[in-house]
Unconditional design. Structure first.
Length: 135
């Protein structure tokens, strides 16, 4: 199993909407590096759900339910989507500021490639964020 972080602006798709829906397509990604990350996801991989712009915090965990398929929102059929299903909310949301203040997370992709919307998370970073969130 691999670990990932996926970002969404709460005004576009929030954690509350994800929880209500349960399983939903993660579409609309138009960056090639992020799209390649979507293509690398396997069923059962775990993803942190991150609120970008407003909040700037990891709020929950979703799981890849369906591997990459042509994104139905892409009229040229060049990009892919995956389906993710809700796993659980974090007991304590982890803010970007908290991540930046944590020595063991200094080389996390969220800091190093801050504009990327889909990124891999190392096992060590995953477990550190889980520890910080009291899960």
């Amino acid at each position: 199993m691999a670990f990932w972080l996926i970002k969404s602006e709460p005004a576009t798709w929030s954690w509350a909407q994800q929880v209500e829906k349960g399983t939903e397509g993660w579409d609309g990604v138009r960056n090639y590096q992020a799209a390649n990350n979507l293509k690398a996801m396997k069923r059962g991989d775990q993803c942190f759900f991150y609120h970008s712009n407003v909040g700037k915090e990891i709020v929950g965990i979703v799981e890849v339910a369906k591997e990459a398929y042509i994104d139905p929102t892409d009229p040229k059929a060049r990009f892919v989507a995956v389906d993710v299903k809700t796993v659980k909310a974090l007991k304590k949301r982890i803010t970007l500021d908290a991540i930046k203040r944590t020595d063991t997370l200094q080389d996390i992709a969220l800091i190093k490639q801050s504009r990327l919307s889909v990124m891999p998370i190392s096992d060590n970073h995953w477990h550190e964020i889980i520890r910080l969130s009291s899960l």
